[in-house]
Design a protein. Sequence first.
Length: 481
Amino acid sequence: MTSLHMFLEPYLVEVYFFYGLAFFTTGMAIALQVRRSSDLNLARSLWLLSAFALIHSFAEWIQVFTAAHRDMINPISSFRLDLLETAIVVTSFLFLFLFGTNLLASTRGGPRWSNLAPPGLALAWFTIMIWGWWSTTIDTQAWLNLGMVWARFLLALPGALLTSYALRAQLPELDRLDSPGASRSCRLASYTFIFYAVVSGIVVPPANFFPANLVNTESFFEATGIPVQIFRALAGVLMAYSIIKTLSIFEAESRRRLEEAERRHTILQERQRFSRDLHDGVIQSLYAIGLNLECCRSLPEHVRDKMVESYLSDANDKLNRTIRQLRNYIRNLQAPDAGSSLSEQLIHLVEEFKGLSMSGIAVIFEGPAGEDWNSDQINHVYHIVQEALYNVVKHAGATQTMVRLVPGPDSLSISISDNGKGFDAREIEAAGVGMGLANMRYRAAQLRGEIRIRSNKCHGTEVTLQIPYRGDRDYVESNAG
């Protein structure tokens, strides 16, 4: 034992240095990882643990400085350094105690007065120090020794034990985040603080009262042959390792939050898609069926018997198509009639509207267009034109409507114009009833194009969709799957 002590004693300065370095590393790692936005109970109290580790590291480095320059420091300066070290150690233990009480209170709940225990015991320590200074004749070193003993009994021991218990109470929450590595590290940190409570809170400097007169640094060395500072340094290293590894739980939480945000975004996008498709497809088709039935009611009596069957048959066909369309939406098949070209779809659409509108509707193709488009692109154009035509039927009161496709050198232009009463698009969107117009602009953006709506009251409306050719191949390939 004596030989081991003789071997270790010259390296105690290095031990104090690495002891302080372990605490400093722990404190900095925690300070850099504190997440105010985290939902974890651990995050809200971590700054207290960071303060404990950083402050305690400076106390150990004061010991390094004092031990390295003991021969050059006069007694007064030495006393001041020892007093400063004691004050720093007490402050660090207070933060450790506060960390334990705050973390446990946020996890398990408890009376509010429990948070008063750390400052209350710190006040008790201060009272003992004042009483010891004025009521005894002990020298200053013995007085500082007394302060260190009571600081470890009153603050370090309960603070470390409470921190161990509070960290163990975090395990269910960490397990829910499915991060077994962080859970194991947190469990190791809990055991480390029990170890720290023993070597720093029970093994204290010798004093003439129980239990410091039985269990102290000298009796510990006699029993083990190893200075307790070695075990404290080991506790500091284990603390640094386990706490830093436990901080990985924040990365797991961030990943989980990101996954949840992506999931919600996907759901929102799907809701918006379904809302657009219902509005532009199913609802418009149901409106067309309603127009057919309305036509039946408004037929003159002398032709009603002949025409009603035709209108009802047409309404029945539209209803069956609407049912198929709704099923396609549910299966995420958006194109109205898969396999049809853009020109075929638009001709069919215009023919359908001719039976619904009292105005003449003409379609003009000034060249081939969209021959290599996929169903998504055709679907967007189809619904834009459909929405524009339904607006003509429902709102315009037009007598002439024209659908024109004009292929250009760089883009395809599709316009829908009428000679109806017109409207103010900004007023309609501001009133909150412009879902159709908003859907048209959204679909135009999906085509990497733009839509322009020119309308003046009493002067008709023109809707122009401009779709650039550049990027069509990329669009087709990106949507092929």
